[in-house]
Design a protein around this ligand. Sequence first.
Ligand code: ASP
Length: 302
Amino acid sequence: MIRASELLGGGRFGVIVHGGAGDVGGERVERHVAGCRAAARLAAEELAAGASALDAVVRAVIALEDDPVFNAGTGACLTTAGSVELDAAVMSGEDLRAGGVCALGPFKNPIAIAREVLQEGRHVLYAADGADAFAQARGFPPVDPATLITEAARDKLASALGRGEPEPWAGGTVGAVARDLRGHVAAATSTGGMSGKRPGRVGDSPIPGAGTYADDRGGAASATGHGEGILRVALTAGLIEALRRGDDPQAASRAAIEELALRVGSTGGVIAIDARGRIGLARSTNTMTWAAAWEGGETAGA
Ligand code: ASP
């Protein structure tokens, strides 16, 4: 766990990504951290070359969605019916534009579709069949679900069904927050949700102020963990309000995760960046893999 004395970031640009709160055991941790590191580096290279925070967080999340070890895009966890239903959202702190999809069918990169929702601008969030129709109308072809479903996802579903209840959550949700050279922030989150969730269940990730939020007046945050709890405390809305008041992102992240435990008894994790590029993260789970890269530094952990 990062201490307040080890503040990260603070350069003209910066990014932090997470690979989900949960309990990634033994040798899998390194693989998870490597995936996060690769995604953070990709985003940081783009930021250094002048890309917007919005483009950088989408770039990072696409890389994580394409990595089958994470519960997003390829590798997403399954509903009780054995199907994938994907949730993703992206938000721009510059103008509070947001775009999201939830209970989306089998598409390779839900975050790219969320980005398209933001870009088009008519609505903020599309669900289920309507989300699939929007995606196809905007040129995203659905894929064979078999290309997204991994053996690990099938195993997790089998154990959830065996217990007769969903896992607290699947772990492996992905998210990214960034500040660009112009001082704008953005946040993105993508997930398959929970193993053994009921069809139609939507978690916190695609909901602005719950799993994802960005506002240049404070900063940007992406949450992970028990979605029902994160929704009930509006976790990223509270965290960004603390950043608007001037709290540092590390203290604000820790307070948000404490609040999640105190108010609704849920566990999870969060990453944050403020408008000055300072980075924070906190978790109450055994692990939350992450990686950060900023002007002049990078680091990663679990
Ligand atoms: N928060 C996600 C959800 O409940 C799951 C996770 O972060 O692992 O859908």
